[in-house]
Design a protein around this ligand. Structure first.
Ligand SMILES: NC(=O)c1ccc[n+]([C@@H]2O[C@H](COP(=O)([O-])OP(=O)(O)OC[C@H]3O[C@@H](n4cnc5c(N)ncnc54)[C@H](O)[C@@H]3O)[C@@H](O)[C@H]2O)c1
Length: 317
């Protein structure tokens, strides 16, 4: 079994990745500065003697490198980031620090201490408004936000370091991830977490634009499994692959599914489209299947049912 260091461990995807790795029998070193993550997300993990948690800022020079030098993990899964596209537009300097500088420090920590593999949380945002549908890895990349640009730059930084200094890099281009522990408090959070919260509270949702905009929604359990495969499967080559389902769901579809499970809910309201919103997002999952043997298992209707059923306030009939 391996020893895996996870940055952003207390976050949404990070905490599920930690739980998955522990369940598979790995030792896990969690790193977080709790900027957006919560200790409560790791309530299961902290009971494991195979888990340790370290509070540090990955973007602070020397901080992660010091820990990696002591722990000597087999792999680093780098998920810590400024995750809000909107915040990257209002604060590009912070985006550079948390999403580019931090990645460079991860690459340097891997080089300096001989870490064999780095897995990076990239994003469908690197494709921009995705002229090609479904988006394929070799296709055009035209990020339309500092966030997307930083993810693309980070892929290049890591792949360049890996090729030069001899470690494997897997860039995981997540599409829209949803599931338990996703924070619905920001208006720019994942749309499913916002919808779930509002439906749970018996309130209707607001759909910006005509609601025909689509996303490739992938369940967080599938993403955690993809991270574990990328970090631990033997004989993987460096590269980038979409982590997606290959299926499109519109916001109107989502509202319809929630309405089916919670029929007493008010109908959605419509508001003008928000600037910068991507109209269509769909990924081709073939490369992740071919290179890592990863295929998403959970269909959106099932993932939503599980999310709704998790809530004590709601009885699914
Ligand atoms: N959620 C999605 O749909 C999605 C899609 C594409 C890519 N991603 C990427 O996946 C990763 C995880 O996202 P998430 O949705 O779990 O968000 P999240 O906010 O729940 O997790 C990010 C974690 O990183 C921590 N963090 C931030 N800056 C840090 C720093 N400098 N040092 C240490 N810890 C720091 C936060 O406290 C948080 O726990 C991010 O890199 C994000 O860009 C997410």
């Amino acid at each position: 079994m391996g020893k895996i260091l996870v940055t952003g461990a207390a976050g949404f995807i990070g905490s599920h990745t930690v739980d998955f790795l522990l369940a598979e029998g790995h030792k896990v070193i969690g790193v977080d500065n709790f900027r957006t993550g919560r200790k409560g997300n790791l309530s299961r993990a902290v009971d494991s003697r195979d888990f340790s948690l370290h509070e540090l800022d990955v973007s602070a020079p020397g901080a992660l490198g010091g820990l990696v030098g002591v722990e000597r993990p087999d792999a680093i899964i780098h998920l810590a980031a400024l995750v809000s596209v909107q915040e990257s537009m209002t604060n590009p300097a912070l985006n550079f620090s948390l999403n580019v500088q931090a990645t460079h420090l991860v690459a340097e920590a891997a080089r300096t201490h001989g870490v064999g593999r780095v897995v990076f949380a990239s994003s469908a945002a690197i494709y921009g408004d995705a002229p090609e549908q479904p988006a394929r890895e070799a296709g055009e990349k035209s990020p339309v936000s500092p966030y997307g640009a930083a993810k693309l730059a980070s892929e290049a930084l890591l792949l360049g370091h890996g090729a030069t200094f001899g470690f494997t890099v897997r860039c995981q281009r997540y599409f829209n991830v949803y599931g338990p522990r996703q924070d619905p408090s920001s208006p720019y959070s994942g749309v499913i977490s916002i919808f779930a919260k509002r439906y749970r509270e018996g309130r209707g949702v607001t759909i910006y634009g005509d609601g025909r905009q689509t996303r490739d929604f992938i369940a967080v359990g599938d993403v955690a499994r993809a991270n574990a495969i990328a970090a631990t499967r033997a004989n993987l080559f460096s590269g980038a692959a979409n982590i997606c389902t290959g299926r499109e769901t519109s916001l109107l579809d989502l509202a319809e599914i929630f309405g089916r499970y919670l029929p007493a809910s008010p109908l959605p309201e419509h508001a003008p489209a928000r600037s910068g919103d991507i109209l269509r997002s769909l990924g081709d999952p073939g490369k992740a299947a071919a290179e890592m043997g990863f295929t998403a298992n959970v269909r959106v209707a099932d993932g939503l049912a599980a999310l709704i059923a998790e809530s004590a306030e709601v009885v699914v009939t």
